[in-house]
Design a binder for this molecule. Sequence first.
Ligand SMILES: Cc1cc2nc3c(=O)[nH]c(=O)nc-3n(C[C@H](O)[C@H](O)[C@H](O)COP(=O)(O)O)c2cc1C
Length: 186
Amino acid sequence: MHILKYITAIAVIITMSCSSTVQAQTKTDNNMKSVIVYFTHSGNTELAAKQVAEATGARMIKLLPEQPYSSEDVNWTNKQSRCTQEHLNRSLRPAIKSIDIDFAKIDTLFVGFPIWWHEEPAVIRTFLDKYGEQLKDKVIFPFCTSYESPMSEADATLKKGYPSLKIKKGLRLPAKSEEIKKWISK
Ligand SMILES: Cc1cc2nc3c(=O)[nH]c(=O)nc-3n(C[C@H](O)[C@H](O)[C@H](O)COP(=O)(O)O)c2cc1C
């Protein structure tokens, strides 16, 4: 009988310690209070944003330019195309639609984009300019997708362009879930 009581007590302790681990994990996710803002033209960055959402539980918000980019707009072989002009003239800021974020409720922001001309597209600069004041006390994790370019050049242009924002080192996706978790833990 004593042995039975002993086994039951151990079973209860094990069950309680397991459930508190689950609670702790859930709490960590909730504590992050994060949002993912991303721009995509052909869908790759949306898939990347989903990967980040799966790893963090953050809500995804798509950045939409007021004037969508046509296929001719993103023709980088044409010197007159919209994307080439936005690349050559770094002061251009294509208008974006307003987004629904309660900045008071978040502490971390993920910003995703396709690499255009080795760096962040001008739409991302519009976003950072427009909401910069509200972003000052947030931690920002940039991420990208690209054909082959690494994240490092966009890391450099973002740091240079927005020295007052707390921008962390970015990540190029797709990436393994462990890599994403390691990235955001830094
Ligand atoms: C205008 C333009 C410029 C690009 N410049 C680069 C580049 O410099 N380096 C690179 O590796 N990929 C470049 N790409 C490829 C995109 O970064 C890549 O296809 C990305 O995954 C597209 O993301 P999306 O599907 O979310 O739009 C460029 C694509 C476009 C349309």
